[in-house]
Design a binder for this molecule. Structure first.
Ligand SMILES: [Fe+2]
Ligand SMILES: [Fe+2]
Length: 326
């Protein structure tokens, strides 16, 4: 089979912990374009074997790019399992969340974004994750997202950094504004906790009308939850309440048009829709690459999002030079 280094991505060997079942094939690189399979998917990780590689100065194992998301999900569910153990202290919980977040960042990095925009966004999301982890109420929320389903925390982290990326591409410069986008993105689906988890394993297309109605209450319920803890800035509450509104007035819960929407909610609404196209989920099991996702939003959906935010996302994906030349 033809191999190309473009199809693989490296994972530092020391990130593999003992005895976990690895959901993907693992390779070592033996030449510019040559990789050999060293562990088949679903076998237990053999740390001794990995240590042996390390002694031969192999520092990375390689996985197929298209399978990397499986590792992200695994990192998340490992965190979920470990977090239920009472003997874990706060620092260990934080380490698990951070590990899981790193895995999601790596997945986004390898999708082919403009790295300058992306790195800035990642930095801010990481800083906000740090703040969230040091605040009891927020960190409890974050941990409960993780406990709700394997997919919710990775999705939230992705929406958080994509929102910051779009915001900075739109020219939002204030650090506080970008941090609000990061926090709003992180918490936008908090209301899902009030929805039966079985529902989230169904695609929207396969839900009954009643189920859709119930599902759509998550933005309202999220707003209620955050209001009840009382420490959340109003901007964040608006993001959560309006993240499913859209510019053509066909969103929910209020069918609010673009002009009425909170400026930061317009950004999170787009990054939420975009994340669902590029990261596999029940509604989109075969993800698109970022450029295909942009085309899909533009030509198939007819840009039901804020246009300025969409142009900014395009600029962040295609890179400054290309967008500037167009
Ligand atoms: Fe949502
Ligand atoms: Fe979402």
């Amino acid at each position: 089979m033809e191999q190309s280094s473009k199809d693989f991505m490296p994972i530092p060997i020391n990130e593999f912990s003992k005895g976990i079942v690895i959901p993907v094939d693992l390779f070592i690189r033996i030449g510019d374009e040559k990789f050999i399979l060293v562990a088949k998917a679903t076998t237990q990780s053999n740390v001794d074997q990995f240590k042996n590689y390390q002694s031969k100065e192999v520092t990375y194992l390689w996985v197929r790019k298209k399978e990397f998301y499986k590792l992200t999900h695994q990192a998340m569910s490992m965190a979920g399992i470990s977090l239920t153990k009472k003997d874990l202290n706060d620092k260990q919980k934080t380490t698990l969340i951070t590990h899981a977040a790193r895995s999601m960042f790596r997945q986004l990095e390898h999708l082919g974004m403009d790295m300058e925009f992306y790195n800035h966004a990642k930095q801010i999301t990481q800083a906000v994750l740090g703040l969230v982890e040091s605040n009891r109420s927020f960190s409890d929320i974050l941990l409960s997202l993780n406990g709700y389903s394997d997919a919710l925390l990775p999705h939230s982290i992705a929406v958080s950094s994509l929102s910051v990326m779009i915001g900075s591409s739109m020219g939002f410069e204030k650090r506080a504004t970008l941090e609000k986008l990061a926090l709003g993105g992180l918490l936008h689906d908090v209301g899902m906790k009030a929805i039966p988890v079985e529902l989230t394993t169904k695609s929207i297309a396969s839900m009954t009308t009643d189920e859709i109605q119930l599902y759509e209450t998550h933005s309202f319920k999220g707003m209620q939850m955050l209001n009840s803890i009382g420490i959340v800035p109003d901007d964040i509450v608006s993001i959560i309440y309006e993240h499913h509104e859209n510019s053509i007035g066909q969103g929910y819960p209020q069918r609010m048009r673009d002009v009425k929407m909170h400026p930061l909610a317009k950004v999170v609404a787009l990054s939420d829709g975009f994340a669902d196209l590029i990261i596999p989920n029940v509604n989109c099991p075969v993800p698109k690459n970022p450029r295909e996702a942009l085309m899909y939003i533009e030509y198939t959906l007819g840009i039901p999002y804020n246009r300025e935010a969409f142009r900014a996302l395009k600029k962040a994906i295609e890179g400054k030079k290309k967008a500037g030349a167009a």
